[in-house]
Write a protein that binds this ligand. Sequence first.
Ligand SMILES: Cc1cc2nc3c(=O)[nH]c(=O)nc-3n(C[C@H](O)[C@H](O)[C@H](O)COP(=O)(O)O)c2cc1C
Length: 350
Amino acid sequence: MPRRRVKKALTKTQQRKKEHLELCLDATSVTGRFGTGLDRYSFVHNALPELDIDEIDVSTNFLGKQLQAPILISSMTGGFDLARRVNRNLAVAAQRLGLAMGVGSQRVAIEEPSVADSFEVRDVAPDILLLSNLGAVQLNYGYTVDHCRRAVGMIGADGLILHLNVLQEAVQPEGNRNFKSLAEKIAAVCRQLEVPVVVKEVGSGISAEVAVRLKEAGVKAIDVAGRGGTSWYAVEVQRAAKQGKPAETTFADWGIPTEEALIAVRQAVPDLQIIASGGIRTGLDIAKSIALGADMGAFGQPLLAAALESPEKVVEFIAGIIHEIKITMLCVGAKNLDALKKIPLVRRST
Ligand SMILES: Cc1cc2nc3c(=O)[nH]c(=O)nc-3n(C[C@H](O)[C@H](O)[C@H](O)COP(=O)(O)O)c2cc1C
C-alpha cells in the first residue's frame, strides 16, 4: 500500500529551500549580468573531419564510475514534496542517459529525518554516479564526519559533495558566516569518509590557490561552479525583496567567471578531476570546457522546468545537449573526449 504522506507545516529550512526553487524557475531574475567567459573562445572548424557522428564516443570515467556522457546534473534540491518530484525526475533521466547526479543539500533531512525520502532516488536510478551534498560551513556548526556519513548512507551515494557558498551565507539573513578552519575540517572528512569527497562553489568560482588547498585536504574532484549562471546573490536579494527589503546590487558582479576558474584550477591541480559549471547552457559550452581542461560539465537551473514536468522532458533536454557535444566533436574532428581535450581553442582578446 502506498505510504500516506501527512502534510506538516514547513520548517524554516524547508521554506527557504522551497523559495530558492521557486525563484530559480525564472532564469532572468537569478542570472548575473556577465557571462561565463566561454563565448570568448571558438574552435577552428574542420571541414574534413573523417568521422561518422554515430561513432563519436562521449563516454567517460568519473570518480571510478563509467558514464555515457560527461554530464553531471548539479546539486539542487530536496526536503519537500515538489523537490522529491524534481529529484526523482532528474534521477530517472540520469539513469536512462547514463549520467551523474547530485542531490541538493541534505541538511534539511538531517534536521528533519522524515523528509529523507525527497532525496532518495536509488530505486529509480540504481546505476548512476550519485553524489550527496552538504554545506562545508556546517562543519563549523556542529556537523562532523558522522553527519557526512549519514548524508551518504541516506541515499546510497557514491561520493559526497561539500559546497562552499561564502557569499550566499554572508548575505542570507539566516546565514552561517563562520568560515574559519574549514580546510582542516574538510581534510578530516576526506581522511575519514569511506567515499570520495568533491568540493564545489555555487556560482562564485574556485581560484587556483583554493584548489591547491583543497587538493592538500584530500578532495578527489573540484566543481569550479563559477560566475556566469545562477547567482546566489541575486537569489537572496530577490528573497529579501519579497520581504519588502530594498533591492541591492553591490555584489551583483562578484565571483570568478567559470572560464577563468576552470583554466586556473586545471593549471593548479593537473591531476584532480574537474567539473565545469556555472552558466553552462549548451553542448558547445561543455565541449569548450573539456577542451579547456574540464573532465565534465554540469548545469542546474536550465533543468528545473523540465524536472518539474517529467523524466521524459529532462531526457529530451539533455539528449539535445549531448547531440550538441557530438556536433562540436564532429566539426573539430575529435572522435572521443581524450581527442577533444587536445583540440586547441582560439581566444578573442575582448
Ligand atoms: C534551485 C537551486 C538549488 C540549489 N541548491 C544547491 C544545493 O543545495 N547545494 C549545492 O551545492 N548547490 C546548489 N545549487 C547550485 C548549483 O548546484 C550550481 O552550482 C549553480 O546553480 C550554478 O549552475 P547553473 O548556472 O547551471 O544553475 C542550487 C541551484 C539551484 C538552481
